[in-house]
Design a binder for this molecule. Structure first.
Ligand SMILES: NC(=O)c1ccc[n+]([C@@H]2O[C@H](COP(=O)([O-])OP(=O)(O)OC[C@H]3O[C@@H](n4cnc5c(N)ncnc54)[C@H](OP(=O)(O)O)[C@@H]3O)[C@@H](O)[C@H]2O)c1
Length: 274
């Protein structure tokens, strides 16, 4: 078997959005590989149930921090809380995120603001808040830690009627690829994970069920992609999950923008008969 270059054994991974979907699957894989966890999301009961499960299955220790990351000051509180508890963070997975589907002028303004706060601001400032700890940890233990920011295949093109979400994920992709370079020489692995449609609570939250995605991936398939990227000797700046999604992402830049937007807009128009 090929040597695995990512071994978080004995370190602690902070995972945001750990109450559902990809966050739960990330937590399982980190715990299975011997890491302890800091689990962050708003739904405390879910996090506590996950912590019990991870302890029983893998002997992992979890710190549950229920928190709305869009609240002003929340990220600073989280970083302060982690420091106060003396947790030595090796990895950060910025996974919490959500989408809004609909006509730009009709999406609730507060919700749109929260979407930007969570997908963009909280991800940025948590990466910044833990950057020193992550890089210091990996300088002494290279390959023991990672920064994974969850983007999306929508990061590769604008998406009408999900414009804010797609733009937020384009930001995540761009920032993370830049950080990949800045982390060189520190031993910290950095990558942007770009899933396509995946069976989680995402669609229910976004309200875009009418778009009906055929053959979504499972959360476990996406996490397998993420860890294959981390296990590589040279982790790529970004990774698309699923061969079909990867092919689509690589072709999208070849299509003239006007044609792309027209095709995408037709496919995503709310209330359109499909
Ligand atoms: N599923 C897909 O098709 C897909 C495709 C591409 C990318 N993604 C990305 O994958 C990531 C994970 O999404 P998922 O598919 O696993 O969806 P999900 O099942 O809806 O999980 C989203 C997670 O984010 C947390 N969250 C939402 N708002 C939060 C807030 N204000 N503060 C703290 N945590 C918050 C939720 O927890 P609480 O509600 O308990 O706070 C939940 O744990 C997201 O960044 C999403 O954009 C998903």
């Amino acid at each position: 078997m090929a040597r695995q270059h990512f071994d978080p054994m004995g370190s602690t991974a902070v995972i945001t959005g750990a109450s559902s979907g990809l966050g739960v699957a990330f937590a399982h894989e980190f715990a299975r590989r011997g890491a302890d966890l800091v689990l962050v999301a708003r739904r405390q009961e879910r996090l506590e149930a996950l912590a019990v499960d991870l302890a029983e299955r893998y002997g992992a220790e979890s710190t549950v921090i229920p928190m709305d990351l869009t609240r002003q000051g929340a990220v600073d509180e989280l970083v302060g809380d982690i420091e106060r508890r003396g947790i030595r963070v090796g990895s950060l997975v910025n996974n919490a995120g959500f989408a809004s589907y609909g006509r730009f002028g009709e999406i609730d303004g507060d919700r749109m603001h929260q979407e930007v706060e969570l997908n963009v601001a909280a991800l940025t400032m948590l990466s910044r808040g833990l950057w020193g700890a992550l890089t210091a940890h990996c300088r002494t233990s290279p390959g023991n830690g990672a920064l994974v920011n969850v983007a999306s295949t929508v990061a590769f093109q604008p998406v009408p009627f999900m414009g804010v979400y797609a733009a937020s994920k384009a930001y995540v992709l761009s920032l993370t690829e830049a950080l990949w370079y800045e982390a060189k020489g520190t031993g910290l692995k950095v990558t942007a994970l770009c899933p396509g449609p995946t069976a989680t609570e995402f669609t229910e939250v976004a309200g875009n069920g009418e778009l009906f995605f055929k053959n979504p991936q499972t959360a476990e398939q996406v996490i397998d992609t993420a860890f294959r990227a981390l296990d590589a000797r040279s982790t790529p700046p970004s990774i698309v999950s699923g061969a079909g999604n990867a092919a689509g992402a690589s072709l999208v830049g070849l299509v003239p923008k006007r044609s792309l937007l027209t095709a995408l807009g037709r496919a995503t128009t709310p209330g359109r008969r499909r």
